[in-house]
Design a protein around this ligand. Structure first.
Ligand code: BTN
Length: 270
């Protein structure tokens, strides 16, 4: 699905760069990708920073022009991207992934990937959408405030490998797969492209729904819905075709919209 590709050793944010290019009027085909070896001002959801130190992670963004898709449905591209990242990681490295609703990709219940979708609305449609994906690949450690909930592909591969071979020396094991940011970037956008095409036919998440819910980490677990007006607990059942999390509270099913609230497991991050 990548139509044009721009790589920077260092940039503020790959999402910012695509936005600058589109706003300056450069003609960019749908599927143009900007990737970087390091972001100096990587951005996460809810105004958080996203750490992307030099050459240890994937920072990549794609521009889309889904002109026919009504504005309220654009957010559905984010769970689609989460499925694409999961499939790419599983396909390349054989690691099992989970998804924390709505769109964090996890390995061993720790976050390995975050997704930030941004758009410019016009009336009831969009002028463009930028899907930005950050994957932790070679990190060995994380800042203390996120260390308990973050992992990288290298760390995950090492732990799988050491469980498999029950090592006594604790050293780096033979057969450990090396991870490669470029092949991962390629695989992510290839998977994303296939799901994006299907999405354009239905405007809903039906094509990825089973693959998403199979990986949903909170499934059948107690979650706390952090609704600022009325926080409550319930059991997460699944995501629906509109991207809402279905949460059972006693006999009632509540449909939780990711734009309005976030969800926490009662025992921590997931
Ligand atoms: C999150 O908070 O989980 C979302 C993180 C998204 C990070 C990616 S890295 C590539 C793109 N450029 C950015 O500045 N952010 C996104």
């Amino acid at each position: 699905m990548i139509t044009e590709f721009f790589y920077y050793d260092e940039i503020d944010s790959t999402n910012n760069e695509l936005r600058r290019r589109v706003q300056s009027g450069s003609a960019m085909p749908e599927g143009t990708v900007v990737s970087a070896g390091r972001q100096t001002a990587g951005r996460g959801r809810s105004g958080h920073n996203w750490e992307s130190p030099k050459d240890v992670s994937v920072s990549t963004s794609m521009i889309l022009y889904p002109e026919e898709v009504p504005l309220p449905y654009i957010g559905r591209l984010t769970p689609i991207a989460a499925v694409a990242v999961s499939e790419a990681i599983e396909g390349l490295y054989g690691l099992e992934t989970g998804i924390k609703w709505p769109n964090d990709v996890l390995i061993h219940r720790k976050k390995v990937c975050g997704i930030l979708t941004e758009m410019e609305p016009t009336d009831d449609r969009v002028r463009y959408v930028i899907v930005g994906i950050g994957v932790n690949v070679h990190q060995r450690e994380f800042p203390p405030e996120i260390a308990h909930m973050a992992t990288s592909l290298d760390l995950a591969l090492e732990s799988v490998e050491s469980n498999r071979t029950a090592p006594k020396d604790g050293g780096r094991k033979q057969g450990l797969q090396e991870t490669h940011c470029r092949e991962l970037t390629q695989a992510i956008w290839e998977r994303f492209g296939a799901h994006y095409e299907a999405f354009l036919k239905t405007n809903d998440l039906s094509e990825v729904l089973d693959d998403y819910n199979r990986r949903l980490i909170n499934r059948n677990e107690v979650v706390k819905v952090l609704d600022p007006q009325n926080p409550y607990e319930g059991v997460a059942e699944c995501m629906d075709v509109a991207g809402r999390l279905l949460v059972r509270v006693s006999d009632e099913i509540r449909r939780v919209d990711s734009g309005e609230v976030s969800v926490r497991g009662i025992y921590g991050y997931v």
